[in-house]
Design a protein around this ligand. Structure first.
Ligand code: NAD
Length: 353
């Protein structure tokens, strides 16, 4: 058997903890990639994995992604992630969430958790009964924090406008054709913001009625899930799944820009170069989708100090995302290195690697 630390996805992670609580049936992995800039921050995923190896891969890759994302967002946080291995029925009990909260607490603040796929705000409230190192909790009207989705969408909206300006020389998105894959919390929010500015939207979701309902609300078009990646457009915005940009996916694209919120869009590192070869401008996912973690982090830091969290501070920080993307694209054009690699190198430098 290969040693765990020679696995391809192991990247000098500081800590990888297996959490087992036989009483509640909890099995979880908490991975801390780097605490160079502060406590490792990143959400908890609740997912049924076909094999435990896939859960480990997720924890390793996602926690490294959080190190990069937090560093590039200028947050005083490192990168961490937790995955809870759900059974096939996705049974989730208060006892499991309590055991998970205890495990987070036992790390003494090295890891700060929040929502991710499969974990709701109510779940985080339950976890918060057992640990103080938690964020994404309900907040009062006008305060930052809570559901990160709308803040993520806001950052992507700003990022798409920056990409349209950079690549197409247009001052705004009015009349620009934008294909959106996934119309959930993030994709739906992005679509609504772009529609207000007069963008021509093409929407798609595997829940086809969801995309169709939003299309009718926004006077947009909707297409079948398997047609969205080859739709002719200016911007393709992935807001559903990761790993969609492989050889086959990239060959199908008919756009000038890829800019969206899905995590880990590139199937492999080499696919960033493939996009660049095709002349497609790519907004590195963890840079453009940092709006949610900015909100969640400020919420956490404010709560620790017992202060209310000013939503304008969150908006101000989200408004810095376009400038970061611009810096990456300029460096990429200057050096001929693809934008994903430029971003990775900037992030690695920030976390002292
Ligand atoms: P969500 O569950 O609210 O929405 C996802 C949508 O994508 C759903 O409507 C789902 O039906 C659809 N979908 C799934 N597979 C699809 C496919 N093959 N084609 C088209 N649609 C498909 O999730 P979300 O919070 O909007 O997150 C979307 C993506 O953004 C995820 O990759 C997530 O990791 C990433 N992300 C989310 C946040 C956040 O704040 N919520 C932050 C950063 C990154």
């Amino acid at each position: 058997m290969t040693a765990f630390w020679t696995e391809a996805d192991y990247d000098d992670h500081e800590l990888v903890q297996l959490v087992r609580d036989s009483k509640s049936g909890l099995t979880a992995i908490i991975a801390l990639h780097s605490t160079h800039l502060g406590p490792g921050a990143g959400g908890t995923r609740f997912w049924h994995y076909a094999e435990p190896k896939a859960a480990m891969r997720d924890a390793l890759r996602l926690s490294r992604g959080m190190s990069y994302k937090n560093a590039m967002a200028g947050l005083p946080m490192g990168g961490g992630k937790a995955v809870i291995l759900a059974d096939a029925d996705r049974t989730k009990t208060p006892e499991m969430l309590a055991a998970f909260g205890n495990a987070v607490e036992s790390l003494g603040g090295k890891y700060v958790t929040a929502e991710d796929v499969g974990i709701s705000e109510a779940d985080m409230v339950a976890v918060s009964q057992h640990t103080q190192y938690v964020s994404g909790l309900p907040v009062a009207e006008g305060e930052a924090g809570g559901d990160p989705g709308p803040f993520t969408a806001m950052g992507i909206y700003h990022g798409i406008k920056a990409a349209v300006h950079h690549k197409l020389g247009k001052p705004g998105v009015s009349g620009v054709h934008i294909a959106i894959q996934g119309t959930g919390s993030v994709g739906g929010g992005v679509a609504r913001l772009l529609a207000k500015d007069g963008a021509k939207l093409i929407l798609s979701d595997i829940q086809e009625d969801r995309a169709a309902a939003l299309a009718s609300e926004l006077d947009a078009k909707s297409v079948a899930p398997d047609a969205i990646m080859s739709t002719a457009c200016d911007v393709f915005s992935p807001n559903a799944l990761g790993a969609i940009l492989d050889e086959e996916g990239i060959a199908r694209l008919d756009c000038a820009i890829v800019a969206g919120g899905a995590n880990n869009q590139l199937a492999r590192a080499k696919h960033g170069a493939l996009l660049a070869e095709r002349g497609i401008l790519y907004a590195p996912d963890y840079v453009i989708n940092a709006g949610g973690i900015i909100s969640v982090t400020l919420e956490f830091l404010c709560r620790q100090h017992g202060d209310p969290c000013d939503i304008n501070e969150v908006r101000k920080r989200i408004a810095l995302i376009p400038g970061r993307l611009e810096e990456i694209w300029q460096e990429s054009e200057r050096t001929g290195i693809s934008s994903d690699v430029v971003a990775d190198r900037m992030a690695q430098k920030l976390i002292g690697r």
